[in-house]
Design a protein around this ligand. Structure first.
Ligand code: MSP
Length: 686
């Protein structure tokens, strides 16, 4: 069985853990738990990124020595991961001796390859990103496009890494490994970035000292990203010759499946710098880098200014680790941005877990009294029983394939399908009627068996995301807790393996309902109140049901992401008056102000313009809009437009469009919805 190695980014310690970090970590944990269940040798790494100017300055602000400061930040992360039931096998700190030595070994390998040289450096640096910026990337006023804060001019002697030499090898590698970066749209961004050519990378600094010293040149400390990226192998004891570090041999060996889970903002570091360093050192590359999107909170970007940096602890306390993990991974399409909405969490909990899964068990267990509280013995399954059995087997295979492909929310979609199908089966079979007469007890036994076996399937499939609840379900089925073993594949595949005679143990509801009063109290306690808004939790929960809106009509642009035009948008045809949607539905649409950075005609397509639009994200988005008959490229550059930012990417004329520009058709022609010049790109519109 292939060894499986999964990592999270190592988190900067300038802030305490928040739900963005928790999301990454829960995703990696789900994968680690899944692969352990499959019997694979599995290793899961997380840790902390403790060097660099940002951390040094934060320590200074607090009047602390950097080492004392970073030490003080370890417990909050360790506690958070414990609360969330994260099962990492190791926790790497970049200030640890094992890590520092490893980074210095890697440096020497790059140097021995001839890829390190000393030169003068003069350029811009954003401390927030810990990254160099070219003049071209900056916003007016020398602002970092991601942090919207002024960058700093750096002029010093620096060691450089010959990154430019790796553009071609990287592109060849990308071609040969079409699944190297996921989602695909992000891979395309990475490829275009590399195709445009790479500049050598400054990999040392001499104007501050909070970093790992360059070997033999201690007046230089290493660039924090070279330091940080190495954590993935330093934690295994690498880089090392074969036979020296067993974990490195096993989990970074040629046949290991190595997956880095990262946020979309740090993709370039993981898919360009890190592979180039590894190529230079002659070390294998990770198998896949998976970039997930960013979470907003009740529709707002998390920021200190808004006071909505959500720490996971109060949410775990309110809902339990399992429910929070389930919500993150079910709600957000893995790879896309998503919203953390408290009301929505409670709704999903009540509907999917309480009424769906918990109820399934509660609806059947009482009838087991008819069989002395034991799983009845039934013969071969037929008809509706056999149909549900084969659906369960099919869905278990689907969940398995989705988890193998890191399609976490799709795996949960398939699980939900089984919950729904099993509930429908109970509705159709009406065990409450079957229990009324002795003549139908045989049928009741079959219905009970099939339902309980579905719950057993679900208990295994849900274990990677809800490990405690899965075991609670199993306890009620009379089954032991899951204990993964290397070499033993515990994934359910054959329906009918629940042993007859097992004594069920009906217990408390696994997902007790959150009623309206409890919900109100939870929202009042948990929903952050944006600064300047007093005590209006409802408003900030972004989920006021009373404020249902009319469906927007006819304002879609005709090209955007290949979306239908205004007229086509009423697709499905005739409607009886205006359709309304719930505020929750509206809140799902991520409308943002975008600044058009570049615009050009799409060859041979009269209607289409290809735009690059700054949406306040690390890289601009490519949007293909059907507006070329109304606007010239020159008229578009510098405009602020309103963009549907979470529309699924679509291909238009061979180009991936990553959003839709909103426009309205007027008697005098197409007009673009606009925002004034003082609205920063990325500002949400609602
Ligand atoms: N230290 C670097 C990573 C080095 S890995 C070799 C770093 N740290 S970070 O703490 O700033 O961010 C860590 C991760 O948290 C990133 O993957 C980032 O995308 C993620 N998130 C930070 N805010 C987030 C959200 N609001 N939503 C989802 N993930 C977010 O970058």
């Amino acid at each position: 069985m292939k060894p499986f190695y999964v990592t999270t980014p190592i988190y900067y310690v300038n802030d305490k853990p928040h739900i963005g970090h928790a999301y990454s970590t829960a995703a990696a944990d789900m994968l680690a738990r899944y692969h352990r269940l499959r019997g694979q040798p599995t290793r899961f790494l997380t840790g902390l990124d403790e060097h660099g100017l940002k951390i040094e300055r934060r320590a200074q602000e607090l009047g602390q020595e950097p080492q004392a400061f970073v030490d003080s930040m370890v417990p909050p992360f360790e506690e958070a991961w414990q609360q969330l039931d994260i099962t990492h096998d190791d926790f790497i700190r970049t200030t640890s001796a094992r890590h520092k030595e490893a980074v210095q070994r890697l440096w020497k390998m790059l140097e021995a390859k001839g890829d390190i040289y000393l030169a003068d450096y003069e350029d811009w640096y954003c401390v927030g990103c810990e990254s160099f910026k070219t003049e071209k990337e900056l916003l007016p006023g020398n602002l970092c496009p991601d942090h919207k804060k002024p960058v700093e001019k750096i002029k010093e002697q620096s060691y450089f890494f010959r990154l430019s030499a790796y553009a071609e090898p990287l592109l060849r590698y990308f071609d040969a490994h079409p699944d190297f970066v996921k989602p695909e749209g992000r891979f395309n961004e990475v490829k275009s970035f590399v195709r445009a050519g790479l500049r050598d990378l400054s990999v040392s600094r001499s104007s501050f000292s909070w970093g790992i010293p360059v070997p033999e040149q201690p007046e230089h400390v290493m660039y924090v990203w070279l330091d940080a990226l190495t954590n993935y192998i330093s934690a295994l004891g690498g880089p090392a010759e074969p036979g020296v570090a067993p974990l490195y041999d096993q989990f970074w060996g040629e046949d290991a499946n190595v997956i880095h889970i990262v946020g979309k903002d740090i993709l370039r570091f993981h898919t360009i710098y890190w592979p180039a360093f590894l190529m230079s050192a002659g070390i294998r590359l990770p198998s896949q880098v998976w970039a997930h999107g960013w979470l907003t909170v009740n529709g707002e970007k998390m920021s200190k200014g808004l006071g909505n940096f959500l720490p996971p602890a109060p949410l775990v306390e309110a809902f339990g680790a399992d429910v929070l993990r389930y919500y993150f991974l079910r709600e957000v399409s893995f790879g896309q941005d998503g919203d953390f909405n408290h009301k929505n969490l409670i709704a999903r909990y009540n509907n999917e877990l309480g009424n769906g899964l918990g109820n399934l068990l509660n609806r059947i267990l009482p009838f087991l009294k008819k069989f002395d509280g034991k799983v009845p013995d039934v013969g071969p399954l037929e008809g509706a029983d056999a149909a549900l059995a084969s659906l369960a087997e099919g869905l278990a295979a689907q969940v398995r394939d989705n988890l193998d492909a890191v399609q976490l929310n799709r795996a949960l979609d398939a699980i939900k399908e089984l919950i729904d199908a099993a509930n429908k089966y109970v509705n159709d079979e009406e065990p409450w009627n079957l229990s009324k007469s002795d003549e139908t007890l045989g049928r009741l036994a079959q219905v009970a068996y099939v339902t309980l076996e579905c719950v057993r399937f679900l208990s295994v499939m849900l274990a990677p995301v809800m490990p405690n609840k899965a075991n609670e379900l199993r306890a009620q089925l009379g089954l032991g807790a899951l204990e993964p073993q290397v070499g033993v594949d515990a994934w359910p595949s054959r329906f009918g393996e629940l042993p007859a005679g097992t004594a069920v143990v009906a217990g408390k509801p696994v997902f007790p309902k959150i009623d309206a009063k409890q919900e109100e109290a939870l929202l009042a306690r948990l929903v952050p109140v944006p600064e300047g808004v007093e005590g209006d939790a409802e408003k900030s929960s972004g989920a006021d049901k009373k404020s249902a809106k009319k469906a927007p009509k006819g304002q879609a642009d005709s090209g955007g992401a290949g979306a239908p035009s205004g007229a086509d948008a009423a697709e499905g045809g005739v409607t009886d008056g205006p359709t309304t949607i719930e505020f929750d539905d509206f809140a799902k649409v991520d409308l943002r102000v975008g600044l058009v950075l570049t615009a050009e005609k799409v060859p041979k397509k009269d209607r289409l313009l290809r735009l690059e639009v700054d949406l306040g994200e690390p890289a601009p988005r490519q949007i293909v809009a059907g507006i070329a008959e109304h606007f010239t490229p020159e008229q578009m550059v510098g405009r602020r437009v309103v963009v549907v930012a979470n529309l699924a990417p679509r291909k238009l004329a061979g180009l991936v469009s990553q959003g839709m520009v909103l426009a309205t058709n007027t008697p005098t022609g197409l007009q673009l919805l606009a925002a004034s010049d003082d609205v920063p790109p990325g500002t949400p519109a609602k």
